[in-house]
Structure formats: structure tokens, C-alpha cells
Design a protein around this ligand. Sequence first.
Ligand SMILES: NC(=O)c1ccc[n+]([C@@H]2O[C@H](COP(=O)([O-])OP(=O)(O)OC[C@H]3O[C@@H](n4cnc5c(N)ncnc54)[C@H](OP(=O)(O)O)[C@@H]3O)[C@@H](O)[C@H]2O)c1
Length: 330
Amino acid sequence: MGATGAVGAEFVRLFESRNFPIEELTLLASSRSVGKTLPYKGRPVVIKEATEASVQGHDIVFFSAGATRSRALAPAALESGALVIDNSSAFRMDPEVPLVVPEVNADALTKEKRLISVPNCTAIILMVAVNPLRALGDIDRLIVSTYQSASGGGAAVMDYLVEDTRAVLQESDRPQKDGLPPYAFNLFSHNTAIGDGGYNEEELKVIEESRKILGDPALKVNVTCVRVPVLRAHTETVTVEFKGLAPSEDQVRTILETAPGVQVIDDRARNHFPTPALASGQGDVLVGRIRADISNPHGISLLIAGDQLLKGAALNAVQIAETYRQKFGN
Ligand SMILES: NC(=O)c1ccc[n+]([C@@H]2O[C@H](COP(=O)([O-])OP(=O)(O)OC[C@H]3O[C@@H](n4cnc5c(N)ncnc54)[C@H](OP(=O)(O)O)[C@@H]3O)[C@@H](O)[C@H]2O)c1
């Protein structure tokens, strides 16, 4: 559900490229998309409207159409016996719902819990890079800054960035979009609502969800989320501070080089490090600029980049389904 969206299109491609064992594929979206088609295995699949009836009767339903739609329709899918994997924020912080990044906390999956949430994209990318370092010792604090792409806001925000860039280059009238600042050749604080403490919703998701995924409610996290004029893949800087431990750069590099879902790109001689362009279209989280924090013996700093439409959303969801089936069958 949400097949016509930025993430939905990735799901369909992944089903094909990973040979996901599908007998029958149903693609759902809003009434606006009814009758459109998307290609799957060389054949067009006609989009149907997402309704209580159309989300029923399937083994697995992937929800990727926003929290409101998940809240409205996930219960019907669950009632019909489906495994429901939800990409939205609707159920992530429900204590009864596993919030899963398979490389990090596959053990949170149980056979009985048939509603599973996919974490926020920024949190997933962060967790894939940070979790392996817990083999060195306990983490005290994460200090994070993000450089998030337009596709994180969905297909419409990508279109806005492209149109605004074209307008600047052609010196024509610039488009406007739902209160967003000018986007071409600009960047801005993440466009989610700011709460009382001055943190926006995206930042609070990263804080709360990281704690839940790592099972560490006391983990200190400070994060600033910023959107940059990049179409695809999020980049983040993170300083990981350990409790009473001063790990060497080499220890960190050695762990990351064999960590699942991580690819180290850290070539100081060539100044070659993770970028959103390198991360786009691939499932690994890229990690580089591995260095000791010059200001704190307990800190290690990293630059990471990940395709948030893939590992931050569709790929993580498909991996959850694959892991669930491996562990428990259908
Ligand atoms: N973009 C990301 O990087 C990212 C990362 C992680 C999680 N997510 C989550 O994934 C979900 C989809 O995000 P997206 O970026 O793919 O958004 P998007 O590009 O805006 O696509 C939204 C999808 O939802 C469908 N939809 C909208 N209103 C609907 C309705 N009333 N009934 C049924 N379907 C409806 C749309 O169908 P129509 O085309 O018919 O309007 C479209 O398929 C969201 O929950 C988002 O929070 C996104």
C-alpha cells in the first residue's frame, strides 16, 4: 500500500531483484491512482484503491502511505490474518510493536506480534553504523547532525527541488510548496513541527526510536536534522561517546569493516568518503571519516550515508519480512 510513492516504487523493484517469493502481488494507493500500472516482472500491475476490503486477504501487507492511512487500515489487514509491516510512524513507539532493524535487533521479532514497525529512516541509517560499536563497550551519548535529502519528504518534495532548481537556472518564476523555504541552492531545518523543547518531530523520532531499537532508554542523544538540496540518500555525522572507554580508531575501523550492512569508505589520501551519490541505489550504509574525537578521549566521530528509500524504508521492511519468515514461517 502506497505503491505509487517514492518508497512504494522501491518496494516493487526490491520484490523483483530479491526474488521475494510472491504468488500474487496487489498494489494499492489512493483513489487518484486507480487504473495506473506499475511494472513487475515484465508485466503491468494495475493499481487498486486502498480500502478495508482491499487490504484483506493477503499473507503480508506492507504499509507505506503515511501514518493516518496506516492507523485507518492496518487493523483490517491484521484482523484478516496478515503479517503487517508498517513504514509509517503510526505504531513505532507502541510498546507492543517491535521496531526492527534486522542487523541490529532481529531478536525483537516474535511469532505472535504480527504488526511490525519500520523505524524512521534517519534512525535506521544511524543504528546500522552505531550498533556494531557496542561490541567495544557501553555507549553513553550520540551527537548527530543530518543532511537529509528531498526524497525523505516523498515524491512531491523531490519534484519541488527539481522544479525550483530549473526555475533558478532558467531565471523563471520559482514554485512554492506547502510553506517550505526556497529549496534550490539552499538548505533548511527539517520541515516537521517544533515541540516545546525546541526539537522538531524528526529529531524526537531519532532520539526515541534509537533508544527503543537499542533497548537503552537512558541513551543520551542530541540531534539536529537539516534538509539539503540532494534528491536521494541521507548523510549524517555522528560522534559516539563511550562510557569510561577510549576506543582506538583502529578498533572502530576493524569492527565496522565486518559489520553487517556496513561498507567502509574511508580513503584519507584521496579525500574519498561517503556521499549521498555513492549511497544512492544501494542497500549498505556507507561509513567513513573514522577518527578519534579530538575534544574528548571517549569519542569517535563518523560520517555516514545511506539510501533512505532503500535501507531507510523499503529494503528494511522487506528484510523484516524475510527475517520473520526465516524464523517463524508464514
Ligand atoms: N520517503 C522516505 O524517505 C521515507 C523513509 C521512511 C519511511 N517513509 C514513510 O513511507 C511512507 C510513504 O512515504 P513516501 O515518501 O513514499 O511518500 P509519497 O511519495 O508521498 O507517497 C505516498 C503514497 O501514499 C499514497 N496515498 C496517499 N494518500 C492515500 C490515501 N488516502 N489512501 C491510500 N494511499 C494514499 C500515495 O498514493 P497516490 O499516488 O495515489 O497519492 C502514494 O502511493 C510514509 O509513511 C513515510 O513516512 C518514507
